[in-house]
Design a protein around this ligand. Structure first.
Ligand code: DC
Length: 232
């Protein structure tokens, strides 16, 4: 695609609705930077979990806030696989952050104001030059309220559960569909009702429901919108 100007693309939506898949494909197609902000919240959660500040029963908010300056998160492309990987204090944690255990704790950590402030600043830096596709829950509302294109991605709860189930079965063979369904419901609820920058659909966002379309069809729809915004 011939590029006119480097725009900012904000992708928000509920858990496991294919935001990152779309964001990654768009970034590849456009030669843009891709940022998975959910991975950043997951990496902070992993750090807190390893230190015993968050578990199923409780969350020690003060300890988390006090140690935020010890957390360094960045993305690097793996030279062998060409895949982007997330680093937590110089350790690749791509696999560790995707377990159901971390998924069940991340919304608690992501609701802490100071955690969000730290990550939002880093996300804004990553996208300050434009030419970025960023996905999360508050990208169009808080991180880049002036993004040229905002997408709100959705899919039915059944479709989302199935997709996540297939994904996790590879690494966690004992997992049940019911556990996944519950985790998605809980996170949707916590993420959209929390006080600090909850997931909302901004008025200027375009809704993309991908329940009945495949990844390629979704990408084509999004690219059409990108072309409009580039020319607009
Ligand atoms: O996109 P994901 O499922 O990997 O995100 C993990 C969690 O992180 C999600 O349940 C809510 C939180 N999150 C957030 O609060 N704000 C973001 N911008 C991205 C993710």
């Amino acid at each position: 695609m011939q590029q006119h100007k480097k725009i900012t693309i904000a992708i928000d939506g509920f858990s496991s609705c294919g935001k990152s898949t779309l964001a990654k494909a768009l970034a590849f197609e456009l030669g843009y930077v891709f940022v998975d902000t959910g991975a950043m919240y997951r990496a902070v959660t992993l750090f807190c979990f390893r230190n015993g500040w968050v578990n199923k029963e409780s969350v020690n908010q003060q300890a988390i806030i006090d140690h935020l300056n010890q957390i360094d998160i960045h993305f690097e492309r793996n030279k062998d696989t060409s895949k982007l990987e997330i680093f937590l204090n110089n350790e690749v944690v791509e696999r560790e952050i995707r377990t159901l255990e971390i998924s069940s704790l991340v919304s608690k950590v992501a609701s802490i104001k100071e955690v969000r402030q730290k990550l939002v600043i880093e996300q804004q830096k990553m996208g300050e030059k434009g030419g970025v596709v960023m996905d999360g829950r508050d990208i169009g509302s808080v991180v880049f309220p002036n993004a040229e294109l905002k997408l709100f991605v959705t899919a039915s709860p059944e479709v989302r559960t199935d997709r996540r189930f297939k994904e996790l079965l590879v690494t966690e063979p004992g997992i049940t569909r019911e556990e996944i369904k519950q985790n998605l419901e809980e996170r949707d609820h916590l993420d959209s009702t929390r006080e600090e920058s909850p997931l909302i659909q901004t008025e200027d966002a375009v809704v993309l429901d991908n329940s009945d379309i495949n990844q390629q069809e979704q990408l084509e729809l999004a690219l059409e919108l990108v072309r409009e915004r580039m020319n607009g």
